[in-house]
Design a protein around this ligand. Structure first.
Ligand code: GLU
Length: 478
């Protein structure tokens, strides 16, 4: 039975690189009919914040990931937050201590730094006398617990990276319990992976150097370590570690600027993994079916925002106008449209989305395109009509208005016929009529095709806007 976990530290928003780790774990679990566990690693008390835990959970859900066990869902190995498991770590720590596999260390940081030659701890407290211990105690020192690293080479057999050897003397005795009796990351991770029966540890390559320590702790407990798969890192387009310098690095930022979750899901899956035939667009089910750890690349993945944007526009095209309209509502609100206005124009918005769908890349593109249709208080800048002459334009519009009111079937071709006929009868160039009309209807000099625009707005709105425009232009003229 495959059991994997994603173990974020709630010290910030969900980073793209971590989201990718979560996704690979998810795909692997689902592919193998296994269990996906979410575990919150919050032992860094100063930097951890439950606000970040909530946001990480929200963003994982938004991405379309689901887990079988976790802090919110519970499960047979709960609790799933490390700070709620302190007793467990203490029990194991005591066990290692009593078996002579760990020892108390009383050294201060300054003492360690002073003695260190090649850096790191010199295992000083391994063999101190009882008298020395009493002296440290009487000085009020609080000990940490260190793991006694055995003299042996550690071999990591990694599913993605192959066999990696770590020399015996490359690891010093390291701290497993801090003086405040909170475990270090290394200890908590191993106890939890063991207790939660994790079979595969799939995580970023930045943890590879920690893995020999973890294997040694497993062995000290008399347990076989899980299998490891260290995923390549996620880099920015300039091939340095993806960071704030590259712009948006959290899932939340992409979500808030109108990326679709299934596009993000698809894109993240292609970071460091590819199918045999280099297919790019995959449904979730296809990804689950095709994913394998063996097919993951050893080389680092480049996060390319332009490619993500392309992928997103593909997904925008695949969605129905109704879905896009629904998803755009928060973005319309953000652009300043009242909810009631949006609701009133919902059908109009849907029609425009249908017409313009091919041009959308992200949901944030929607408000700008629908603006000419749903802006109720148009602020006409009459300067823009100067070249047609304002009194002339007003005259033309007031003459065409009764014709527009008369159109029976208010649809594109009928509207076009009437307007063209009007131009002919009055001996006007089409531009002299089309342009001012579009301007009266939208306040814009460029924009959607006039007849389409009028059909979508409908007769009432079209007439109302032209009348309002005439009122304003005449007032300004006097
Ligand atoms: N909490 C660790 C991190 O956020 C993950 C540890 C692991 O996956 O083993 O980097």
């Amino acid at each position: 039975m495959v059991r994997v976990r994603f173990a974020p530290s709630p010290t910030g928003y969900l980073h793209i690189g971590n989201a990718r780790t979560a996704l690979f774990n998810y795909l692997f679990a689902r592919k193998n009919n296994g269990v996906f566990v979410l575990r919150i690693e919050n032992t860094d008390v100063e930097r951890s914040n439950s606000r970040f835990e909530e946001s990480i959970i929200e963003d994982l859900k938004w991405l379309g990931l689901s887990w079988d066990e976790g802090p919110d869902t519970g499960g047979p190995y709960q609790p799933y937050r490390q700070m709620d498991r302190l007793n467990l770590y203490r029990e194991y720590a005591n066990r290692l201590l009593s078996e002579g596999k760990a020892y108390r260390c009383w050294c201060t940081r300054e003492e360690i730094e002073k003695r260190a030659k090649t850096g790191g701890y010199d295992n000083y407290c391994r063999n101190i006398s009882d008298a020395q211990i009493s002296k440290f105690q009487s000085e009020g020192r609080k000990p940490v617990l260190r793991f006694k690293v055995p003299e042996k080479e550690v071999i990591v057999k990694d599913i993605i990276r192959g066999t990696i050897r770590f020399e015996a003397d490359s690891i010093n005795d390291f701290v497993i319990m801090k003086s405040n009796e909170i475990p270090t990351f290394h200890f908590a991770v191993v106890i939890d992976d063991f207790e939660m029966k994790i079979t595969h540890v799939i995580r970023g390559e930045d943890h590879l150097s920690n893995t020999p320590k973890h294997i040694l702790i497993f062995e000290a407990l008399g347990q076989t370590p899980p299998q490891f798969a260290h995923m390549s890192m996620t880099l920015g387009p300039d091939r340095t570690r993806l960071s704030k310098r590259h712009g948006a690095t959290s899932v939340r930022q992409y979500r808030e600027s109108g990326f679709l979750s299934n596009a993000m899901f698809n894109y993240l899956a292609l970071l460091g993994w590819s199918s045999k035939d280099n297919q790019e667009i995959f449904s979730k089910q296809q990804l689950i079916q095709e994913f394998s750890l063996e097919a993951c690349n050893k080389s680092n993945a480049i996060f390319d925002p332009a490619k993500l944007l392309w992928m997103n526009s593909q997904y925008m095209k695949m969605k129905s106008a109704k879905e896009i309209t629904e998803l755009s509502i928060p973005f319309l609100e953000k652009a300043g449209y009242e909810k009631s206005n949006i609701e009133r124009h919902r059908q109009i918005i849907e029609k425009i989305v249908e017409l313009e769908k091919e041009k959308f890349r992200i949901l944030e593109d929607v408000p700008e395109r629908v603006a000419p249709y749903i802006t109720e208080d148009i602020d006409w800048n009459l300067q823009l009509l100067q070249k047609f002459g304002i009194p002339e334009t007003s005259k033309i519009l007031s003459e065409i208005l009764p014709e527009i009111k008369k159109i029976e079937q208010f649809e594109r071709s009928a509207i076009e016929n009437i307007i063209r006929k009007f131009c002919k009868e009055k001996n006007l160039k089409t531009g002299e009529v089309f342009h001012p009309l579009r301007f009266a209807l939208t306040g814009m000099t460029k924009g959607p095709g006039l007849f389409e625009l009028m059909e979508i707005l409908g007769r009432d709105v079209s007439v109302r806007r032209i009348e309002k425009f005439l009122k304003k232009s005449m007032k300004d003229d006097n």
